[in-house]
Design a protein around this ligand. Structure first.
Ligand code: ACO
Length: 336
């Protein structure tokens, strides 16, 4: 009979900024084209001296401060990222940097731009079923490190950021996380991926049984590979369906929500989903003009800005939805 609720949020962005005009100096594009097609005007990116762990730690500290929760009161840290600095996982490093000495557990979650949503659901499950008291959910990504800066179709879209929330146990009467709806479809991975380089491991057993190509060559990740049109189509079809399903599970409909908070990928996607759900523009949260698509960070970053600016008030109902590579997508109906 335990419930869970959000009690704090925080965010952090790198100092270095790249405007559309800056991009037009390295690829054939223009501010007009990028603004009209995406709504993006600017993005923040990590410099070579910056670390994603540092950015995530800063966002987490801000969330803990708002929640009035001490690092030692956190019993689980979830780091949602697809661009970790350590493929073995970054969450324990953040746990250590924050000084969560009592925390028995921290781990990473990889689900691209849906990562934060998946982390939120995992946190709710850990609190409701696992007896955890305070779970820190961080969404942080540095896709700038995996962008082909000569490809105008993708390099205009992405920025780096981190956002975090604290999910806390409460009574079922106070419950603030009403319903979830989650999906994935591996068939769609061909439309959006970031995979190991094409020179696949050449270690093999030859026809005579001898090992050839040994030792295997070291592999590295290639750049983001995307079919923008297919991703666009997927988002405007699946996201409204998912939000409607989550609302139905919560016993609500579109008129009950105060805010629509989508993964910030493209303003045209946000507008299309809002129109389909009949949510008026003044109830739609959007900040991608300033930050671009920050992947797993985009939802907690936009939430944090909306809470700190006073737009989102205690008791407001938010329909949040993440979507992206995998393909993965999912929605959650939450009360702030
Ligand atoms: N500047 C100028 N021209 C450009 C640019 C650019 N930056 N990029 C492409 N073009 C050109 C193309 O070459 C093409 O020219 P052509 O007609 O001569 O061939 C023309 O503009 C149209 O290109 P399209 O790719 O068809 O443009 P589209 O309207 O589909 O917009 C965009 C492209 C913005 C990428 C759009 O498809 C989109 O936003 N899709 C969703 C992508 C997305 O959200 N991805 C992230 C998912 S989240 C995650 O998990 C990472």
């Amino acid at each position: 009979n335990r419930g869970c609720k959000l009690v704090g949020c925080g965010s952090a962005v790198p100092k270095l900024q790249i405007s559309n005009d800056d991009l037009s100096k390295i690829v054939e594009t223009s501010d007009e084209w990028i603004s009209a097609r995406t709504g993006i005007r600017n993005r923040h990116v990590l410099s070579v001296e910056d670390s994603l762990v540092g950015l995530a730690t800063e966002a987490a500290r801000n969330a803990l401060q708002m929640a009035n929760v001490e690092p030692d009161d956190i019993d689980l840290v979830l780091m949602c990222t697809s661009t970790p600095e350590d493929l073995f996982g970054s969450a324990p490093q953040i746990q250590r940097a924050l000084g969560c000495t009592r925390s028995p557990l921290s781990y990473d979650i990889t689900a691209a731009c849906s990562g934060f949503l998946m982390g939120l659901v995992s946190a709710a499950c850990h609190v409701r079923g696992g007896g955890f008291q305070n779970v820190l959910v961080i969404g942080a990504d540095a896709l700038s490190r995996f962008v082909d800066w000569t490809d105008r179709g993708t390099c205009i879209l992405f920025g780096d950021a981190a956002g975090a929330v604290v999910v806390q146990a409460c009574s079922s009467e106070e419950d603030g996380m009403f319903a979830f709806d989650l999906h994935s479809d591996g068939d769609g991975a061909r439309h959006l991926n970031l995979s190991l380089g094409h020179d696949k491991i050449d270690a093999a057993i030859g026809s005579n049984g001898a090992v050839t190509g040994f030792p295997p060559r070291r592999q590295s990740y290639s750049c983001i590979n995307m079919n923008g049109k297919e991703v666009f189509r997927f988002a405007v079809k699946c996201v409204p369906q998912s939000i409607e399903a989550a609302l139905q599970k919560a016993g609500l409909n579109g008129s009950n929500i105060d805010w629509l908070l989508l993964h910030q990928a493209n303003q045209r996607i946000i507008d299309a989903v809002a129109t389909r759900l009949k949510v008026p523009p003044e109830q739609v949260l959007s900040n991608l003009a300033h930050y671009g698509n920050t992947s797993a960070a985009s939802i907690p970053l936009a939430l944090d800005e909306a809470v700190r600016s006073g737009k989102v008030q205690p008791g407001h109902i938010i329909a949040a939805s993440g979507f992206g590579a995998g393909l993965t997508w999912g929605s959650s109906i939450i009360k702030w």
